[in-house]
Write a protein that binds this ligand. Structure first.
Ligand SMILES: Nc1ncnc2c1ncn2[C@@H]1O[C@H](COP(=O)(O)OP(=O)(O)OP(=O)(O)O)[C@@H](O)[C@H]1O
Ligand SMILES: [Mg+2]
Length: 242
């Protein structure tokens, strides 16, 4: 019997006019792991997420979930299959309350108001956002907005969750809370691909890390090996460690 991979991107590329933002990237993610994706600004990380959930069509390559290609599906179909995501630039429904924001996501899984409210309340409790439920989403400080972004994605009940810089802009105490939440999400059985610039976060929670630069793979491996890779240090860590 051939083992079916949980999630895989195969030689994916994305061209924007004359720019190859992503150029032949391949990786596999195992169920239950936290898979880190790193690279300098503009290296193509967010574009890879936008390709995975088909926000942008692929220029070439394939994306395989549970052994089946998801290429060409609509974004909502990808969500329904069990791939959730957060946005680097958070996108709350600003005039709505925190609870209403999460309910809107919950409707991707349930049909009635009562069910959506129940799922939203459970997810808010899990993400430690229940005390903020009646506040307007736009009134939340950055840490709350980042947490709401994760809560909304979790309310779609993902099997695979894509986190795009959900720790950016947090203070040290908030960072520890964010790390704790991400670990608890994984402990629930959700597989995670995480894009993050903050080394403390990415190095401490990733099982494996895939490093890119200019849309191409530099290396992949355990956090300590990737952190010691010469090309990675030059391309990426050099910015903050030089
Ligand atoms: N819709 C678009 N149209 C044209 N170019 C784009 C578009 N989206 C991204 N790009 C370009 O593709 C490249 C990769 O961008 P991307 O946002 O994926 O980088 P990133 O690794 O997420 O960077 P950052 O760490 O700053 O978030 C950049 O040069 C960017 O300007
Ligand atoms: Mg980005």
């Amino acid at each position: 019997m051939i083992a079916v991979s949980f999630f895989e991107v195969r030689e994916i590329s994305k061209r924007f006019g004359g720019l190859m933002a992503v150029n032949g990237v391949s990786f596999q993610v195992e169920p239950g792991e936290i898979f880190g994706l790193i690279g300098p600004n503009g290296s193509g990380k967010t574009t890879i997420f936008n390709l995975i959930n088909q926000y942008y069509p692929l220029t070439s390559g394939d994306i395989v979930f549970h052994g089946k290609s998801i290429k060409g599906l609509k974004t909502y179909q990808i969500c329904h299959l069990g791939i959730g995501r957060t946005f680097q630039v958070v996108k709350p429904l600003k005039r709505m309350t925190v609870l209403e924001n999460v309910m809107a996501s919950a409707f991707s899984r349930v049909n009635t108001f009562g069910e959506a409210r129940k799922l939203a309340m459970e997810t808010l409790a899990f993400c430690n956002l229940l005390p903020e439920q009646d506040k307007a989403a736009k009134s939340l400080p950055i840490a709350g907005r980042k947490r709401l972004e994760i809560t909304r994605a979790m309310a779609t009940k993902p099997e695979l969750l894509l986190l795009d810089e959900t720790a950016a802009g947090l203070n040290p105490g908030e960072l520890d809370e964010a790390i704790d939440l991400i670990k608890r999400i994984r402990d629930r059985g959700v597989t995670i691909i995480i894009v993050e610039h903050i080394m403390k976060v990415i190095m401490s929670i990733s099982d494996r890390i895939h490093a890119i630069n200019y849309g191409q793979t530099i290396t992949e491996g355990k956090p300590e090996d990737v952190a010691n890779n010469k090309e990675v240090i030059e391309a990426y860590l050099g910015e903050s460690y030089a």
